[in-house]
Write a protein that binds this ligand. Sequence first.
Ligand SMILES: O=C(CO)[C@@H](O)[C@H](O)[C@H](O)[C@H](O)COP(=O)(O)O
Ligand SMILES: [Zn+2]
Length: 190
Amino acid sequence: MNSIFDTHISQHLAALQSLTAIKPAIEDAGQRIADCLLRGNKVMLCGNGGSAADAQHIAAELVGRFLTERKGLPAMALTTDTSILTAVANDYGYTEIFSRQVQAHARPGDVLIGISTSGNSANVLTAMDAAKFLGCITIGLLGREGGQLSSLVDHAITVPAPQTAAIQECHILIGHLWCAMVDAALATKA
Ligand SMILES: O=C(CO)[C@@H](O)[C@H](O)[C@H](O)[C@H](O)COP(=O)(O)O
Ligand SMILES: [Zn+2]
């Protein structure tokens, strides 16, 4: 019988290997994010649970720094302000917690990254609808078969692994890869 260690590592490695098949989609989305920031637009991110943590992690790399010294970049996780989250959930419903913030902050040309391992979280779907209506570029960091988000977003990055944890581990790897692409794009422009 495999140990928990062996099982987890082999699932992780299989998920990592599956990324080769979606390399063009990952790089294309990374270029859209870099272009967005280079032209002075901003990046918004949302997701639930572990994906909320990923949204915050990626926003922190962009506002702070990742690999190189550069100016702080406009990125915001829509998962952090408990007063907004509780007010909107209480008054309008949990489905609206991200879309309301998108309505408040989004401008044409901004990017919204929705992170969902199932691709079916209702609040992420609603946020994507709002972002598209306002002229934003929408990117889904998804898993399994991509769920409903895969046909809604402009750029679907679907990690085709069956385990939520393995998908999440690939999501943060892709987030870091995008941050490296942004750093490189800014360095080229400087
Ligand atoms: O981190 C984990 C599981 O690893 C959980 O917190 C997980 O993110 C939550 O169950 C989310 O609600 C799942 O949402 P989603 O990925 O299907 O959009
Ligand atoms: Zn988790």
